[in-house]
Design a protein around this ligand. Structure first.
Ligand code: RUQ
Ligand code: CUA
Length: 698
């Protein structure tokens, strides 16, 4: 991997070979421009810094002292979003193996929140005692283990007419084949679903144009029993590397169309369906609109169906999976598949309707197109007319025309079938263009001016190139126009509302795997590096490096901030999971403790309130062996007045936002006197927001 020093690091010659006097002139210009550009009057508002502090001379001194190049000084100003101001875009970046989702402002690159999804997170009271959130994690496990992490790759925002609508966020767990639903009303996880018949999951998520379905594809094929599909911990099939047929016959890929019920904000498996796929390693998924409405595209690798077994003389999986020059882009007619389900042409496997591969072929809903070697990205141009795929091992971005694909299907323009009988369309009759973008192309995003941006893993660059008609014509079309260095090892890039009909342009974020020399050292495990790039002019310009010290952000969706409209406080007594009034909500004066016996088990049930700076009740006496249930209502109405709740030694922590009701259940199994207190520094008497939980010995 080539990892070079940044060309614009703080070097003595100011990075540009400028002489010092020239530089000072430019710096002065920048400084003056800063003040003028931002409007002096704004700076002179009563709360703004004094005139002396913002004098151009001073700014010039700062630039000089920090040894900034003019570009760096401009970048600093471009990304600065003062406190009280708002970012223009919000990025939802996957948190990789942290199992969480990062909420980041653009252009400031401020980290606003880490949404707890697959991994317990105490600050949000997620999976650390709160009954509802523990239930989400438990019901979203795989039935054989309580999963406490996920490998989050691809976030997706709910869509209306294929555009992001800012209501819901979906993220996948690659390692365990799961999907999570997050409400953008409160930025909290509401549901995790183990996708039936899927072991690992990677492609997508990608919503159909009106979020009828959240679409996801498998990555590593699952062991497959034609009668019972795949069941975690149960399905055992023969896999013998010496006999490739065992893999070809006993494993299957899958694409799942998870029906999303917007009213209740939940995935409904009873209305979902799946399509069986060959045991290739299906990769990214894209769902079309406009001319590609009703189409689903999935690329794949390891169409060689290599298994590995390197210690026994079989080529390593990596080698076996890279032998052929082409893999397959899958083209699936999902609306026709929906019809087949209505006609009953499916088999129910593990609670979901599955269209068999044979049925899919016979009914003409699946086709393959050769795509250059081990591709990764699978992205749709704003007009929905092209699909762009990049082969990691081929220095080109390949552009397919949807019109040509549909014509080729109509004319049965096939070069044959694959081993399973799926018709393969001819590459030449579906291809629109191939653009030489550089080495190791991965993933492509689009702006609002007809340009595409492809990440180049091996080159450590992002290439900007012009799309063809109707975006650009003649000599302008399908041409690389600019490249920018990134630092280092870019995976995906993300641009505001790319992969929708109306990308917003302006910025590109390069999600880099390595940061090497870009930050203060924090030991051998280095942060990932998200780099913000300005794409408003013909030359791309690096604006900001943001270290991410938790997990690996694979991909991100970026939405205009004004499309988001989260609530400030919950309506009093809300259960966040349902957004309904919680039957156990209490107001001031209704607090109480009740003791009863349920099926022979003594139960102490407490209805309490929290308000600055009091937990009511603040003294609770139970008997050893009691099951103790707390229903706590935060009766604050002030935004930000969150209280926490813990009982020492009990491994629980709640986060109660204003208006929220939470329930926690514990077993008073050990005698003792335990302090309980509010874990959020909420008020001057926060430390006094405490009480005692007494467990009398039997
Ligand atoms: S992936 S870069 Cu899911 Cu593309 Cu990781
Ligand atoms: Cu409530 Cu501290």
């Amino acid at each position: 991997m080539t990892a070079r020093k940044s060309s614009n690091s703080n070097s003595r010659n100011n990075g540009n070979g400028l002489r010092r006097r020239d530089f000072l002139q430019i710096a002065g210009g920048v400084a003056a421009g800063v003040v003028a550009g931002y409007g002096v009057s704004k700076f002179l508002a009563p709360s703004a810094p004094s005139e002396v502090e913002i004098a151009p001379g001073n700014l010039q001194n700062i630039i000089q002292e920090k040894n900034l190049t003019p570009d760096q000084a401009v970048a600093a100003v471009k990304t600065y979003v003062p406190g009280g101001a708002r970012d223009e875009f919000i990025m939802f970046a996957s948190g990789g193996h942290s199992g969480q989702v990062l909420v980041i402002g653009i252009p400031s690159m401020k980290l606003y929140k880490v949404i707890a999804v697959f991994t317990p997170e105490p600050w949000q009271g997620y999976g650390v005692g709160n009954l509802e959130t523990e239930k989400i994690l438990k019901e979203g496990s795989n039935g054989i283990r309580n999963l406490t992490w996920g490998d989050v790759h691809h976030p997706e925002i709910s869509r209306t007419n294929a555009e992001f609508d800012g209501e819901w966020l979906f993220v996948n767990d690659k390692a365990n084949g799961r999907m999570a639903v997050i409400s953008l009303k409160d930025f909290e996880t509401k549901q995790i679903v183990k996708i039936p018949n899927m072991q690992s999951q990677h492609g997508g998520c990608f919503c159909t144009p009106n979020t009828e379905y959240v679409v996801v594809g498998s990555q590593y094929p699952a062991p497959w029993d034609p009668e019972t599909g795949y069941r975690p911990g149960e399905t055992y099939v023969e896999l013998d590397p010496q006999n490739p047929d065992t893999y070809k016959n006993n494993f299957r890929g899958l694409v799942a169309f998870l029906a999303f019920n917007r009213e209740v904000g939940r995935i409904d498996l009873s209305k979902s369906f799946e399509i069986e796929l060959p045991p290739y390693m299906q990769d990214l998924v894209a769902i079309g609109w406009g001319p590609s409405d009703g189409l689903c595209f999935i690329n794949s690798f390891n169409t060689e169906m290599a298994v590995g077994d390197d210690l026994n003389g079989i080529p390593p999986l990596e080698v076996g999976a890279s032998e052929r020059d082409f893999d397959y882009l899958h083209v699936i007619f999902w609306k026709k598949a929906e019809e087949l389900v209505k006609q009953g042409k499916y088999k129910e496997l593990n609670g979901v309707k599955v269209i068999s591969l044979d049925t899919a072929i016979k009914e003409g809903i699946i086709y393959l197109i050769p795509e250059p070697k081990s591709p990764h990205g699978c992205d749709i141009t704003p007009g929905g007319e092209y699909i762009v795929v990049s082969g990691k091992l081929e220095p080109v971005a390949t552009v397919y025309s949807v019109e040509k694909i549909l014509t080729a299907i109509k004319n049965k323009d096939f070069e044959g079938t694959d081993e399973y009988g799926i018709p393969i369309l001819k590459f030449e009759s579906t291809k629109e263009a191939q653009v030489e973008v550089g080495l190791g192309p991965l993933h492509t995003e689009f702006d609002d001016k007809g340009y595409a941006y492809t990440s180049l893993f091996i080159d450590n660059k992002v290439a900007k190139w012009a799309l063809g008609p109707p975006y650009h014509t003649g000599d302008e079309a399908w041409k690389v126009v600019d490249k920018i260095d990134i630092h280092y090892n870019v995976g995906h890039v993300a641009a505001p509302e790319s992969n929708t009909p109306k990308p917003k342009g302006k910025y590109l974020v390069s999600l880099n795997k390595w940061s090497i020399d870009r930050f203060n050292s924090v030991g051998p495990l280095k942060p990932q590096n998200l780099q913000l790039i300005d794409i408003t002019s013909s030359k791309m310009m690096l604006l900001y490096d943001m270290p991410i010290g938790l997990g690996e952000p694979h991909y991100a969706r970026i939405i205009s901030a004004d499309k988001l409209n989260p609530i400030e406080v919950y309506p009093m007594g809300t259960n966040p999971l349902t957004f309904q009034k919680d039957p156990n909500a209490v107001s001031k004066g209704e607090e109480r403790i009740e003791r009863k016996v349920v099926n022979g088990q003594p139960v102490t049930e407490i209805w309490g309130t929290l308000i600055r700076s009091r937990i009511t009740p603040d003294f609770i006496r139970v008997k050893q062996g009691d099951k103790v249930i707390f229903h706590l209502t935060n009766i604050e109405t002030t935004p930000d007045a969150t209280h926490g709740f813990t009982i020492c030694e009990y491994n629980i922590n709640l986060s109660l936002e204003p208006g929220e009701v939470a329930t926690v259940e514990i077993l008073a199994d050990k005698p003792g006197v335990y302090a309980m207190y509010c874990t959020e520094f909420c008020s001057p008497l926060h430390l006094e927001m405490a009480g005692w939980f007494v467990v009398e010995p039997q």
